[in-house]
Design a protein around this ligand. Structure first.
Ligand SMILES: NC(=O)c1ccc[n+]([C@@H]2O[C@H](COP(=O)([O-])OP(=O)(O)OC[C@H]3O[C@@H](n4cnc5c(N)ncnc54)[C@H](OP(=O)(O)O)[C@@H]3O)[C@@H](O)[C@H]2O)c1
Length: 353
């Protein structure tokens, strides 16, 4: 992995899949990033050779960054060396491309599911399991792959981690209502999305339990020993632009009062403040008092779109407690989470040769 000194000079990086839903968020966030500088963009053959401004059907409310618009879109193979690679490719193409970049010496931060469950790939939510980054040094390549978890899993895990640490969790049932932007660009056809709910998102109900167990798991010499908790998920696509909501019912390891649950969330900080990671929200879990909160349109941007917003904590007659949580899927659940992960890796020396 080639050298950089975060805070002193910006590390040049490439975004793979820069024209997509997550790629566009990365391009927008990198335009203002103090540590990393967008140097190259890549996408499919459809876009290759064109300027980013022409190739990308920009879908964010802020203007496309001018410097990015002038970059020429390249392919996803490592023909040039870049120390830092953000991958926003679909998992059908991400696997081999990310491996090739890791072989070339790059630190690859991936949003795809291809390598998340590999024993030597850290699956990290920086506030929860920063120590799992040590796995990156066990990879056989000159560079390494770091995995950002699934978009629903990140928000859910942020709300579970403080409870897991303080009380233990025996089992939980989660029903998600996931935004359209989670399906990428062009995404769900209008005739399927409007006036509708689609009660199936391929692979999602399997990812939630296995990724949560890895994130909350224990690092060992063999890899991560998954946390022992039983999680059942039902995942739905709903007609919301951004922001995944989850209704959670759970059985904790011991009797707990509402005040203790609230205190666990409100006291949870995660990333040590001395690291001063630029994308870290001041509080990763925000509790809202209003009886009808959280709502995607009103609350997804709280904490810069990097917080898991929680509300409606109340007793559950089946499992003990229940609550609702919301997180921004392309910010906290993808591009913002990937940047925070890269910042953590840089602060821990993983970008140094
Ligand atoms: N959307 C979310 O909320 C979200 C959240 C967390 C994780 N993720 C994950 O992040 C990744 C990207 O998701 P997305 O929603 O941004 O997808 P997307 O909107 O469909 O974008 C896919 C990107 O990959 C490029 N691409 C597609 N096929 C390619 C090929 N054969 N070779 C090279 N490039 C190719 C596309 O380029 P062209 O424009 O040239 O076709 C585009 O830039 C996925 O792995 C997804 O599971 C998404």
């Amino acid at each position: 992995m080639s050298s950089t000194r975060p805070g002193r000079e910006r590390t040049p990086c490439i975004v793979l899949g820069a024209t997509g839903s997550v790629g566009q968020r990365l391009v927008a966030l990198l335009a203002e990033h103090p540590w990393f500088e967008l140097a190259a963009v890549s996408a499919s053959d459809r876009s290759r050779g064109r300027s980013y401004g022409e190739a990308c059907s920009w879908s964010l409310p802020t203007p496309m960054p001018r410097a990015a618009a002038q970059l020429t879109v390249g392919g996803i193979e490592p023909v040039e060396e870049w120390p830092l690679v953000f991958s926003a490719l679909g998992s059908e193409v991400a696997g081999p491309a990310e491996e090739a970049w890791a072989r070339s010496g790059a630190l690859v931060v991936s949003n795809a599911s291809s390598h998340r469950m590999r024993a030597d790939v850290p699956l990290v939510v920086p506030e929860i399991n920063p120590g799992h980054l040590a796995l990156a040094r066990r990879q056989p390549t000159r560079g390494a792959i770091l995995a950002n978890p699934n978009c629903s899993t990140i928000g859910l895990s942020l709300t579970l981690a403080p409870l897991w640490l303080a009380f233990g969790i025996e089992r939980l049932h989660v029903v998600t209502m996931q935004a359209l932007s989670g399906a990428g660009i062009p995404g769900v056809p209008a005739l399927s999305a409007l006036d509708n709910l689609v009660p199936f998102i391929p692979g999602e109900e399997e990812k939630l339990p296995r990724e949560t167990a890895k994130i909350l798991g224990t690092l060992t010499a063999e890899g991560v020993r998954p946390a022992s908790l039983s999680l059942s998920a039902q995942c739905n696509r709903v007609a919301v632009l951004d922001g995944h909501t989850a209704c959670v019912s759970l059985a904790l390891g011991r009797e707990v009062g509402a005040d203790e649950l609230r205190a666990a969330w409100e006291g949870f900080r995660g990333c040590p403040s001395e690291l001063a990671l630029p994308s870290a929200p001041p509080a990763p879990v925000l509790y809202l008092e209003e009886e009808d909160a959280p709502q995607p349109r009103l609350h997804r941007e709280l904490g810069g779109g990097m917080a898991a917003v929680v509300g409606r904590l109340r007793p559950c007659p089946v499992l003990g407690w229940r609550y609702v949580t919301l997180s921004h899927n392309t910010l906290r659940g993808a591009a913002g989470g990937a940047l925070l992960l890269a910042e953590l890796a840089a602060s821990r020396g993983l970008l140094e040769g």
